[in-house]
Design a protein around this ligand. Sequence first.
Ligand code: TPU
Length: 578
Amino acid sequence: MSSSGVVLGTRSSQKFTIGNYLGTRFEQIGIKHCFMVPGDYNLVLLDQLMQNKNILQIGCCNELNAAYAAEGYARAKGCGAVVTTFNVGAFSALNGVAGAYAENLPVIFVSGGYNTNDEAANHLIHHTIGTHDFSYQYEIFRQVTCAAVRILNVENAPLLIDHAIVTALRERKPAYIEIACNLAAAPCNKPAPFEYVLIEKVTNRHSLNAAVKSAAAILNNASKPLLLAGSHLRPFRAMDAFRQLAESLGCAVAVMPDAKGFFPEDHTQFIGIYLGGESSANCEPIVDWADLILAAGPQFTDYTTAGWTALPSREKSIVVQPGLVHFSDLAYTGVELADFLSALAKRVHANDRTLMEYRQIGGEERAADQTSNADSDTPLSRAEMVGQIEKDLDGNTTLLVETGDAWFNGMYMRLPKGARFEIEMQWGAIGWSVPASFGYAVGMEGDRRIVSIIGDGSFQLTAQEVANMIRYKTNNVIFLVNNHGYVIESEIHEGPYNYFKNWDYAGLAHIFNAEDGKGLGLKATTAGELAVAIRKAREHRGGPILIECQIAHDDCTPQLLKWGKKVAAANGRPPVQV
Ligand code: TPU
């Protein structure tokens, strides 16, 4: 990533300020880039943050994009930061901050605030709804953050900033910090080392021992145990512990769609994605056949259970969550996910029956549509597109998929060792992927590449952020699936509202390049054109590449067809009469 366009300031005086304090904390927790849109309430704060040469400010086209970019950055680096102006900026960012809450990502959201004299003076101020209440922004953000603080007083700044940041890191949720515009440059003591304030979650040993003893007894007594990986494994740092448990048991391991990549897909025990009738080949029969399922960190929703059709029964499940272990009739609280899984790994006997049965019934045979073999001038089909993208994945690739059929196009691809997968299935906001891919690219380490699959409808929400991929010379690769409509919505419920104006998507790269950019836009209408575009993407340097894949409107995954019907049925349940 180049720092072009970012001018770093030099420290003009020795005075240490509240803004400097925040910058030092960012640096200490590993934030090297801060996404922002300037506004008069945050300009002085941005000056103060800029004095820290180890933090680059990354301008975004709007605050929604900045928040999503920080969310994507947090996926790559563990945490992220975004700075906006009061009300008009902050409210645009709200959607992205709430998304980070839903997705368990610690994004530090910072808003510039009003001058501290204005409230007592009974002034009306700009960018607000024009009332004398200046607290509603804070009240709103309190609902979508785990800690919300307002710096309205110099003395409180260190304590409040630390409270917000420490809580965000511990809870894996966003935090809100509002800094009055006349305090950002106010003097402040320097912070002590971050380790002195970090407080991690602690497991209650009694609860842990009892929960592990019960779970070990149940698992060792089961004849067909199976493990199910859920989306909380990564944010709560339990992926390694889950793998230890899997290897101690030796059983089949299925993975929920929003946890894809959290258990290695090249592992001999991996049996695919579990989504009920829309699971990977041969996965669902084994999950149904198991007599005991330990679900680690699952997020069971209407989407991840295909309209409640893929919900393991309570009687044959142990559900382990951050801070909670649920048996069919008993719950233990105060037990952290990773602590529980690694302690349990030492107490279970090996039992590979579910894995053996999976192999017996055919194992990982691929669905016919997951192969790529069309002649080069054959019109591009979805299956051919998926096959070619899958072939191009390597151990350094992160595959990011947007809401829409992109979920299903990516979900069943096999990730090679080292490859990662990003999906936003809990929040599920279309438009997330463009800025999140940008933020991820800014945050990822040198030899990684990020490849995103994005539907045309989703792309239209936040397309401008491609301009910043060009500005900051990130090497994003975007497969823009132009199927002329909101196909996922059509499969849930068809109507004329599911159609919109077509764009020349590949042509946008040229527009955004203006006089100096190095973005590349290509159109693929045939299998051969896509193969050439993918080759070019591998060679292209100095900017993003957007490959517009034109496929027929009704050429969607068979899984979407079935999932859409089930979600529609769940949405359409009549009210229960009481
Ligand atoms: O592959 P395909 O055609 O399904 O993808 P595309 O074209 O990106 O369409 C996505 C359609 C879609 C909508 C309109 N998916 N979910 N929605 C509802 C929605 C509306 N607004 C936000 C912010 N998020 C949403 N999920």
